[in-house]
Design a protein around this ligand. Sequence first.
Ligand SMILES: Cc1ncc(C[n+]2csc(CCOP(=O)(O)OP(=O)(O)O)c2C)c(N)n1
Length: 578
Amino acid sequence: MSTKTKKQEYVAKHNEDEAPKEMTGSGMLIQALAKENVEVIFGYPGGAILPTYDEIYKTGIRHILARHEQGAIHAAEGYARVAGKPGVCVVTSGPGATNVVTGIADAMIDSLPLVVITGQVAKSVIGTDAFQEADMLGITMPITKHNFQVRSVEEFPRIIKEAFHIATTGRPGPVLIDLPKDVSQESGLFDYSKEVNLPGYQPTVIPNKQQIRKLAEAVSKARKPVILAGAGILHAKASEQLFEYVEQQQIPVVNTLLGLGNFPGNHELHLGMAGMHGTYAANMALHEADLLINIGARFDDRLTGKLDYFAPYATVAHIDVDPAEIGKNIETQIPVVGDAGEALRLLIAENGEQADHAVWKADLQKMKSDYPLWYKQEDEVIKPQHLIEKIYEKTKGEAIVTTDVGQHQMWSAQFYKFDKPNRWVTSGGLGTMGFGFPAAIGAQIAEPQSTVVSIVGDAGFQMTLQELSILQELNLPVKVVIVNNASLGMVRQWQQLFHGERYSNSLFPIQPDFVKLADAYSIKAMRVDELKDMESAIDEMLAHDGPVLMDFRVAKEENVYPMICPGKGHHQMEGVTP
Ligand SMILES: Cc1ncc(C[n+]2csc(CCOP(=O)(O)OP(=O)(O)O)c2C)c(N)n1
């Protein structure tokens, strides 16, 4: 029997520099985060995760203390979306962990790479209803790309490495690591040198050449092709390839809500956002197309409208790195499994013969100019669409815009034209109120030099406004724009249109004084009631080099149009003209 310890054996085989060091589980976590180039952690401490917080203290790794775990995880999502790197969130067990569940579900459906570390009670008491015990593996099984519970300190480095690998490869998503307190305190050898070895997880990145050729052939024959450009293009960092391909083939482009910015919003071939509150031209392009090329979109119900009416004349091609998406909602004739960037590179190289799309393009251009997005300007009242249009103009389209969920989100998607990728941060799939403001904090941390405007509703903002503390503490220059219609605007709109104007629990008879609220956090704030003050107020907000909160009192009964009402198809939009 060898008398050497594991470490001595290892050192005998490798030189001292590479030798794994003995350290605690929580020490390993911080070491591993450094090796993964993690610059910032968003989190909140508590009993089960205290050993990790001790390491955070000792090593000085940057940590942003949220005031509620939901704020921490949405900030991590905003960071991930803008930085193009995984967001890291650390919380304690039980209530700390359950408080991040909404954010995990949000990241899952919007394909955001997160590594979430939840403290857990000690192994010996798991399953005994111990203090602050919650079964996070069970709770998050359906809403994580993968989850782990660390059962011994020896396996911890491998688990962390796999977590980052899984979160960031293929279709990105959240990975949870549940860390029992005793494991974080035990000592073991930290060896981070081994390559990830997951035979059961091998995402297909390079698409099948035959399928690409089939698609190129279909393009060369199509008279009415359209590209539906989704967020998969952003995750694949493939906006340049999309641009090149569109220029080469002269195919019109429509965006999903989450895909905005992956193609220049001001390009003549861009028809706008499609779906429930999309433009007439974008939806009619989908309706009339003979070839629909979906690149990295989910064909979700807010995009498709009633499936029976969806793209009735089109051959459907779908490029997606997640094979489970293909054919899930829409029958697909040309499936292409692979990374959007790789697929586009191959399509560009095919340089397929270009069919004559002149009539199709001209028809769509006419629809675009005949049926633009509209709103009725009034004398004194601030129209929310006008407000967003002015913010767009005054930020020259270069701000990072985060939104919450509701009417203001749709107006932002419609009236802020994104020309560049990763400037648009919104909760698309889950539609999480409370997302927008903390996401702006994460975005500002990812890009300290950029102007970050957080456009929120007066209701959604109240779900996570405690994070104003972070703005105060770090003097983060986020500009919070409350589009204040004194109601749950989107709910009010649906009650007006589909529930006989019975406004059940959607109107706010009283509201907090948001200016005084900001004052409590020593944050500059302004309330703007009248149109005549709107522009100068936006100027003042943008000129201030610290955080600002703006309470814009807008028209209370404005609705989002145009609209595909429930049960209707793209060709049945309402409110297309004033
Ligand atoms: C957490 C959560 N609860 C409820 C909803 C349902 N919901 C969608 S939009 C909306 C109203 C949002 O009101 P506000 O934040 O003021 O934005 P507005 O629509 O007025 O722009 C509600 C309640 C949701 N999306 N998320």
